[in-house]
Design a protein around this ligand. Structure first.
Ligand SMILES: [Zn+2]
Length: 248
């Protein structure tokens, strides 16, 4: 059993504590998931998988995600927080560790690739993690109301939506219905990636992830929280082949 007790702290109290923890933890956040490996959860499954609900800062939240992804890559899933007890514990309130904004792709379900459970993640998904005001509002909600300390924008290998958009923009193809909105949302990433050497789709995926993370960092509500190290906004790239999440 890896369930943490229900949190009775107020949002204000949590905000204060999250800010404190985040300010203390300003380690660099670059590299692959494996580089962040903290083997204790794999070596000792009796260790709680979520720290006290009032205390995680951005770096600690990141570590839980990295460790979960380690387990996914290694095929050593613990399926934390997927019990009736957990369901009951979070029924009255939630304090997710992170907001994950990712693609709709069926092969990239955030709770699975980070080996998390109920109440652990806010998940926002659109084709190729394309952003708009509604999406940005959802991410703001997670940061402002639930004080989620970490926002991860996650693109992925061989993204079908990006492939579709790149083909349409390369060839000037007419795109039907609301798919136009997806293609147009990806146009800045397409333009940014076009001059780069290498795989155009992969470069566009990474550009889209980077640009979206930048948009969120500059969000008027999120920017002050980022500046105060209360929250961290990270780009990430998921490999379909290995299951590994690389934080950008
Ligand atoms: Zn995709």
């Amino acid at each position: 059993m890896h369930d943490s007790p229900p949190d009775s702290g107020s949002a204000t109290r949590r905000r204060f504590l999250v800010g404190g923890a985040g300010a203390l933890a300003a380690a660099p956040l670059l590299g692959t998931a494996r580089a962040f490996a903290q083997p204790r959860s794999i070596a000792d499954p009796s260790q709680p998988l979520v720290p006290d609900a009032n205390t995680p800062g951005p770096d600690e939240a990141l570590r839980w995600l990295v460790e979960g992804n380690e387990r996914w890559v290694a095929g050593e899933l613990l399926h934390p927080h997927q019990t009736v007890a957990r369901r009951l514990a979070v029924a009255a309130g939630q304090h997710p560790l992170a907001t994950v904004f990712s693609c709709i792709d069926s092969r990239v379900p955030p709770e699975i690739v980070f080996d998390r459970g109920v109440g652990d993640l806010f998940v926002v998904r659109t084709a190729a993690q394309t952003n708009d005001d509604l999406i940005q509002g959802a991410v703001e909600y997670g940061a402002e109301e639930a004080v989620t300390p970490l926002v991860v924008v996650m693109g992925h290998q061989r993204c079908g939506a990006v492939t579709f958009a790149v083909d349409a923009l390369n060839n000037g193809t007419e795109v039907p219905a609301h798919l136009v909105a997806v293609v147009e949302a990806l146009r800045p990433a397409y333009e940014a990636a076009k001059p780069l050497p290498g795989d155009q789709v992969d470069n566009t995926v990474r550009a889209q992830t980077r640009l979206t993370a930048d948009q969120l960092r500059e969000d008027p509500l999120l920017a002050p929280l980022v500046a105060e190290h209360r929250i961290q906004v990270l780009g990430a790239y998921y490999s379909l082949d290995t299951g590994c999440v690389e934080f950008m």
